[in-house]
Design a protein around this ligand. Structure first.
Ligand code: ADP
Ligand code: MG
Length: 287
């Protein structure tokens, strides 16, 4: 496979020969907005191989380039240099195999019912209207919105809208769900419930989730892999693996966050991010 720049390191610290192809691969990527002296270097020297089936969270200070990275994978813009590939093929634009869920679910159509918003994704995949309507019910059940089929969007709470946005993203049968601070505007109690929903959907659908979050607790709880980024220009300063989500799936969710191991993991990630914002970067795993 053609590569430019250094070989990406996988979040599990491995890289190179013999391993399965990553789902997404960013190689020596930079993102620069504008040109000349006023231009902004948002992302720099960013190389990452995202394995199939992982739940990757990206965390870092505001303005460090997290959304820029996610938008590269979405195909909303191209890197200024370097390459972004999915299954070895360069990403050149948006596609149904990569769905984005934003914080405020702005892509939902407010004059359509919950079911019609989901059915749209299914008719776009070629399903006849009646089947799409039935299929929409399935996805609404998956996200805990059974019985809300006919509710218009404007009657749904913020948390319900995020559930609906997830249902619609899943209905596309995307290979990767890109989540840009999906729970950023949700109150703390709802947020914990929705974190459990995210883990369950990730597990049930065998999909890859790539999520931006500002919450250390959230990153540690839901993810298999966490990337910490430096302040702008955003670079990867640390990659870590976690498996608290497995314990949560096994039904130990009320104990996971209370465990000393969880507190330790949170503390460590905080320290990494604090060191990054004060200019001292923590070493990458494997260094
Ligand atoms: P994050 O999601 O981590 O908050 P972003 O990726 O949105 O960061 O932005 C990274 C940097 O790039 C910020 O300084 C932001 O102001 C700048 N930026 C983002 N999008 C644009 C754009 N379209 N034009 C100019 N600058 C931009
Ligand atoms: Mg952002």
């Amino acid at each position: 496979m053609q590569q430019s720049g250094p070989e990406p390191v996988r979040p599990d610290g491995t890289g190179g020969g013999g391993l399965p192809e990553p789902l997404i691969e960013l190689s020596d990527v930079t993102v620069r907005y504008g040109a000349g002296p006023g231009s902004v270097l948002a992302v720099d020297k960013f190389s990452l191989a995202i394995p199939q089936r992982c739940f990757l969270s990206i965390i870092g200070p505001s303005g460090c380039g997290k959304s820029s990275v996610l938008n590269l994978i979405a195909g909303y813009h191209k890197p200024s240099s370097g390459t972004v590939r999915m299954n070895g093929t360069e990403i050149v634009g948006p596609g149904p195999e990569r769905m984005v869920v934003h914080q405020q679910s702005t892509a939902l159509l407010p004059w359509f019912s919950a079911a019609r918003n989901v059915a749209l994704a299914l008719t776009a995949r070629g399903q006849p209207k009646a089947a799409a309507r039935e299929g929409a019910r399935h996805y609404l059940n998956m996200v805990g919105l059974a019985g809300f089929d006919d509710h218009p969007i404007y009657q749904l709470s913020g948390g319900m809208r995020q559930r609906l946005a997830l249902a619609r993203a899943l209905a596309t049968e995307a290979k990767v769900i890109l989540l840009d601070e999906p729970l950023g505007a949700i109150d703390a109690l709802q947020r914990a419930v929705l974190q459990d929903l995210l883990i369950r959907l990730w597990d049930e659908t065998h999909t890859c989730f790539v999520m931006i979050t500002h919450s250390v607790e959230e990153a540690v709880y839901v993810s298999t892999d966490v990337i910490s980024m430096s302040a702008r220009p955003g670079r990867i300063i640390r990659q870590q693996k976690f498996d608290f989500n497995r314990s949560a799936l096994a039904g130990a969710d009320s104990h996971v966050r209370a465990s000393p191991e969880f507190a330790e993991a949170e503390e460590e990630l905080y320290e990494t991010l604090t060191a990054a914002s004060s200019g001292k970067t923590a070493p990458s795993e494997g260094d």
